[in-house]
Ligand binder design. Structure first.
Ligand SMILES: NC(=O)c1ccc[n+]([C@@H]2O[C@H](COP(=O)([O-])OP(=O)(O)OC[C@H]3O[C@@H](n4cnc5c(N)ncnc54)[C@H](OP(=O)(O)O)[C@@H]3O)[C@@H](O)[C@H]2O)c1
Length: 208
């Protein structure tokens, strides 16, 4: 894992920055992708300054081209266009989606992605239930479990990446069709954060 390049598509956002910080701190090779080169460089420099380990930024296309593992941290609305723009770089690679579909969407983001990316790409769906606020607070461990579903090869990498984050346990939670359950749970967490005036409610499995 340590020699692979992990590229975050839309890595300038809340979740992307949080994951990049934690993974750079764990000495992984991280690239920040954006629709705008300069924005990517600015965020990459912020992370570099915080961690003391170089993180670089570039366009989403360039990041997808040179990365071995591509983590999608973009909103559902942007998914189709972004995949179209990076699709030629995805053959034989690992793609991990953090994208949450709208609550009434018939298909999960994971299932829709399966139809958008090349057949040769290994797909996993993970990190939907992890709070970006918790990720950004490097003083504390991130107290939550991360369910991972999708293709075997991609799940293996997503599980490894999750467990690089202090406090996180990750579990194999089946095929990509189960992404719907995981994605929908995020809507519940958003509701609970509002209801209980919290910012990083998540969950842990018991009995495992
Ligand atoms: N926030 C969380 O705690 C959290 C937790 C779990 C899962 N998620 C999921 O993770 C994904 C990212 O969440 P986020 O809160 O980080 O999102 P965000 O901050 O709103 O957006 C992330 C990045 O995506 C790019 N982007 C925004 N709109 C876009 C569009 N229409 N087309 C293409 N790119 C666009 C932007 O990058 P550039 O402008 O630099 O291109 C932005 O910085 C979402 O699908 C969300 O459901 C979020």
């Amino acid at each position: 894992m340590s020699c692979r390049i992990v590229g975050l598509i839309g890595g300038t956002g809340n979740l992307g920055r949080g994951l990049a910080l934690r993974w750079a701190k764990a000495s992984l090779n991280i690239l920040i992708g954006s629709r705008y080169r300069e924005k990517a460089s600015t965020i990459a420099k912020e992370i570099t300054d915080k961690i003391g380990r170089e993180v670089k930024g570039s366009t989403n296309e360039e990041v997808a081209k040179v990365s071995d593992v591509i983590v999608l941290t973009i909103p559902f609305e942007g998914m189709k266009n972004i995949i179209e723009s990076i699709s030629q770089h995805l053959n034989g690679k690992i793609v991990i989606s953090t994208i949450v579909s709208p609550i009434f969407s018939q298909k999960s983001a994971g299932e829709i992605l399966r139809g958008l990316i090349p057949r040769t790409t290994y797909l996993a769906s993970a990190f939907h239930n992890i709070s970006y606020k918790a990720l950004l607070d490097l003083e504390k461990e991130v107290e939550c479990d991360v369910p991972v579903c999708g293709d075997g090869e991609a799940k293996k990498i997503a599980l490894e990446l999750a467990e690089k984050i202090p406090g996180v346990r990750a579990f194999d939670c089946g095929p990509i069709e189960y992404s719907k359950i995981i994605e929908n749970f995020t809507h519940l967490l958003i509701y609970m954060n509002k209801k209980y005036k919290r910012k990083s409610i998540s969950f842990k499995f018991t009995g495992i």
